[in-house]
Structure formats: structure tokens, C-alpha cells
Design a binder for this molecule. Structure first.
Ligand SMILES: *Cc1c(COP(=O)(O)O)cnc(C)c1O
Length: 406
């Protein structure tokens, strides 16, 4: 039988299954004791005092920009190399994302370009569809693939320009960084930015099917996000219905319906307990990719850094198109024919119809991402990936490179 390697396969143990069954049998399905426990254990795992569990990372990002008071007429610096969610929550508040280019190697936001975009905004050099009287309020860096940005650079940039910073940490659990080997690690979420937003979507580093977490060191922000996560009610369902709670509540603000269920939190508690073990498995697979593909001249591989604990959510390779007879899309077709699932992270936001048509972004406004995305392929990387699966991927990539080398 032909080997088929999926892009991702969730790693769920018997404990997750039993916890879900126990939750169903308990009769308490929605936000309750398991959500509280998941929040406390997640907060402890990242070293933060407050964690608000929600039903997606998108919801966490939305609650974060709402709690920070983002308003129409304001703008936020958002990397063009990200998923839809990071920029769309800015639009939810009626504000405008100013797209920022990426670094060519690790794909993370480029602060030189962020500074350039601020200057260009003031001098009217950005696309004419953008109002030039925008007040830039914040910055939303993304740790692409789970390789953390330099947090000193994030903080000095946001301090210098008086911006709040929310990190889209959808890929970055568990992850950490340090300045130099002599210093202790700082975990992603350990006050790395004002609010850190994590994803537990089906194919993320830990999953609850759908789910997310907003983490902060600011008690007021935590309270506002918790309030807005459940209709803006002064008490949540758990406090109202579980022992001793009151039937009464007050609507403080027109909130959202973003609470996580106990069914999902039951999965999350056990995924969380296995998070470092699963990360080590992904790291091992990444190292084996780096060795097995290290001498292939037609591809460039993701970088490592001794000052990062890499979550290894993704393993993005960059094709050297000048050395190949086929382009990225054709390469992906060939991988698919050989039974290798893969993906691209991402088509940059400025190359999507909405951002082009609404704000007038052109390919040349973000030249690094424009060129880079045509070269990107994310290879399968997940805990539980078997030796024969890894070998099939590396053998296929090697033989395609040999076959289509210029
Ligand atoms: C997956 C992802 C999100 C959204 O996460 P959800 O939990 O699906 O809402 C946001 N940002 C990035 C970078 C992602 O990869």
C-alpha cells in the first residue's frame, strides 16, 4: 500500500477520551469546574497570574483588542505573514490594520519595516485608500511556527512608539526565549506582552478541538476579557448555577459568547499535562528533518537558535526556485501525488482580495513576504509521526529536488 502522510494528526491519549466521557456523565457540559481548572493550570504553565479560557484564539484576540479599548480611527501594526484572525479582530473594532513585512528567514514581523510603515503612514506614502490621520494604537506580533520573536525588540519598539502589544501566540505554546544563555528563560505568556493569545484549534500544539486562552498580568484587563467573554454578565454561568451561586446577574456591557465548554477543557487539561512531552517529540522530528534535508541544495530549512525553546508548530521549508524547474504549487502537487500532505503558511494578507480592495495594498508594499510566500511549503510535523512517515517525506522531498533540479 502506498504510504500516506497526513499534514497533521492530533495526538489524543486515553486520558482525554476518558475525561470527555466523564464530563458528559457528570451532567455539567458548559463552562464550569473543568474550565476553571484548565485556566489555572494553563496560567501556571506559562507563568501568568490570569488566564481566560475561550472558544478560539480568534475570540481571545478580539477580547484583547476590546479590553485595550481599540477604536475606529485607530490603527494597529499587524504582520502580513499571519492567519486571517490577527487582522480581522482589528476590523471587528472598526480599526485598521497596517500591514508589516516579515524577516526573510524566520518569517516573523520585521521591526525595521514596522518603523518604515509608521513614517510612510504620516507622510502619505502608504496606499491611498488608507486614511493618513490614523492614530496607531498597538502592535500584534505573531511567533510564526512557534519560533519566538525577540521580546526585547517587541517591547522597545512598542515603548518607543507608545503602543500596546498583544502577541498572537497561536503557535507558541510551549515556547520561551532568553537574551543570552546566562539568563533564565522567559516563557511565552510570562509578561512577554500585555495580552498573549493561544490557540487550541484541532491542529495546534495542544488542542481542545476548538479553543483558546487569553493570558495577562493585568487584573483589570483579565476582568474585562472575562466579562466580555460571556455576554458582559457580571457573573458567569458557573458562579450562577453551581453550589451557592446567585440566580441574579447584571449586564454590564453588550458582550460576546466566547466561553469554553467543560467538554473541551477536559481535553485541554490532559493535553496541557502532555504539552512538553509532545513538544520534545516535535523537536526531535524537526531535528531529524534538519539532518535528513541538510544537504539538499534546492531547499532552505528553518533556523534554530540556542536562545529559543521552539514550539515547532510548523516546519516551513523555502524552495530555492532559481535552482528548480518547477514552482512551489507544482512541487506541492508532486508531494500530494506521493501521498505527502503539506500546507503553506501563508498567502500574506496583502495578497488577499479583501485587504487589496479595501485598503489598496499592492504586492510591492511588502516585498519580502510577496517573494517569500511563493517559496514556502510547511511539511508534516506532529507528535506520533512514525519513522516510516518521516522517511517517506524526506525521501520524497529529496527525490523531487533531484528530479527537478536545474
Ligand atoms: C490558528 C491561528 C489563529 C486562530 O486560532 P483559532 O483558535 O482557530 O481561532 C490565529 N492566529 C494564528 C497565527 C493561527 O495560526
Amino acid at each position: 500500500m502506498k504510504t500516506q502522510v497526513p499534514f497533521f494528526r492530533a495526538d489524543l491519549s486515553g486520558q482525554e477520551v476518558e475525561e470527555v466521557v466523564a464530563t458528559l456523565r457528570s451532567g455539567w457540559l458548559t463552562s464550569g469546574p473543568k474550565v476553571r481548572r484548565f485556566e489555572q493550570e494553563f496560567a501556571a504553565a506559562v507563568g501568568a497570574p490570569y488566564a481566560v479560557a475561550v472558544n478560539s484564539c480568534t475570540a481571545a484576540l478580539h477580547l484583547a483588542v476590546e479590553a485595550l479599548g481599540l477604536k475606529p480611527g485607530q490603527a494597529v501594526l499587524v504582520p502580513t505573514m499571519t492567519f486571517a484572525a490577527t487582522a480581522e479582530v482589528v476590523r471587528y473594532m472598526g480599526a485598521i490594520p497596517i500591514l508589516v513585512d516579515c524577516e526573510p528567514l524566520n518569517i516573523n514581523m520585521d521591526f525595521d519595516d514596522a518603523a518604515r510603515k509608521l513614517v510612510q503612514l504620516k507622510s502619505g506614502q502608504l496606499p491611498s485608500a488608507l486614511p493618513n490621520d490614523l492614530q496607531v494604537a498597538g502592535i500584534m506580533p505573531v511567533h510564526v511556527g512557534g519560533m519566538m520573536m525577540n521580546i526585547d525588540a517587541v517591547q522597545s519598539f512598542s515603548n518607543a512608539h507608545r503602543l500596546w502589544a498583544i502577541e498572537d501566540a497561536a503557535h507558541a505554546f510551549p515556547a520561551a526565549w532568553r537574551r543570552v544563555p546566562e539568563e533564565p528563560w522567559q516563557r511565552c505568556g510570562e509578561e512577554t506582552t500585555t495580552v498573549s493569545c493561544f490557540s487550541f484549534y484541532a491542529n495546534k500544539t495542544i488542542t481542545t478541538g476548538e479553543g483558546g486562552m487569553a493570558v495577562t498580568h493585568d487584573a483589570d484587563l483579565a476582568e474585562r476579557m472575562r466579562l466580555m467573554s460571556l455576554h458582559g454578565l457580571s457573573r458567569d454561568a458557573w458562579e450562577r448555577y453551581s453550589g451557592g451561586g446567585s440566580w441574579d446577574y447584571r449586564i454590564i456591557a453588550p458582550g460576546y459568547k466566547y466561553n469554553l465548554t467543560d467538554i473541551a477543557a477536559g481535553i485541554g487539561i490532559h493535553q496541557l499535562a502532555r504539552a512538553e512531552e509532545m513538544r520534545l517529540e516535535r523537536e526531535d522530528i524537526a531535528h531529524r528533518y534538519l539532518v535528513a534535508l541538510g544537504d539538499v541544495e534546492e531547499v532552505e530549512l528553518p533556523a534554530e537558535d540556542v536562545n529559543r525553546i521552539h514550539a515547532w508548530h510548523l516546519f516551513p521549508i523555502r524552495l530555492r526556485l532559481e535552482r528548480l524547474l518547477i514552482n512551489r504549487n507544482e512541487f506541492i502537487e508532486k508531494l500530494k501525488e506521493a501521498g505527502v500532505g503539506c500546507s503553506v503558511h501563508w498567502r500574506p494578507l496583502h495578497l488577499h482580495p479583501y485587504y487589496q480592495e479595501t485598503f489598496g495594498w499592492r504586492p510591492e508594499d511588502l516585498p519580502v513576504a510577496t517573494a517569500l510566500w511563493e517559496r514556502l511549503i510547511s511539511l508534516p510535523l506532529f507528535p506520533g509521526m512514525r519513522d516510516d512517515e518521516l522517511e517517506h517525506v524526506t525521501r520524497t522531498v529529496r527525490s523531487l529536488c533531484a528530479q527537478y533540479a536545474k
